[in-house]
Design a protein around this ligand. Sequence first.
Ligand code: DC
Length: 230
Amino acid sequence: MIENNAPVVTIDGPGGSGKGTIAGLLARELGWHLLDSGALYRLTALAAINHGVALDDEASLEVLAAHLDVQFLAGDNEGGESGIVLEGEHVESAIRNEEVGISASKIAALPAVRDALMSRQQAFAESPGLIADGRDMGTVVFPDALVKIYLTAGAEERAKRRHMQLQQQGVDVSLGRLLADIHARDERDMHRAVAPLKPADDAIVLDSTKLTIQEVLGRVLDVMCERGVI
Ligand code: DC
């Protein structure tokens, strides 16, 4: 278990809990690295779809995951590009669609896929620090993280947030359909045999159902201050 001695803060939770937003804001505010581990599962799923690999073909998916040709472009240099490039193609929006999300949740249940992505995720822990967003960041990938947050929210609230997000992108999906997808994804993510979604024993559980983004951010920063991380 290598964490390069860089401080790691993990933010786990179900889809739509706001963890991606909070992780991104924290990383930007602190100037730390960001690991969006869900993107790695989504990229593996997209690569499988593109190469015609079945979502239950564990051996082939393991090879795909281990050899993902992906670049995360930070865009921090002047005129520098940002985004995610898979096999030479910009896929930032392609990996965010519902089909890829559901496929990611399916392949994420396969132990060989999770193992193949492990060292790639741990390599993100570099100075000055890492904010790691996912489902098993605090339980499996970074068990020695200094601060572990488990961010949750009611399923209805998560479906409403996703609905609003999709409407802003001009995508018309019914709220009922989104709620059903969220329940199905929660079920798969929480009850799989390997690295199921659950709070680490030493995680701080925050329910964001009735909190604003700024309130959640404030609480996480308070915990980091209390622990002497910042
Ligand atoms: O956070 P997300 O919606 O982008 O994640 C997509 C899927 O990937 C999610 O349904 C479960 C899986 N995942 C996982 O199993 N472990 C992680 N650390 C991150 C995501």
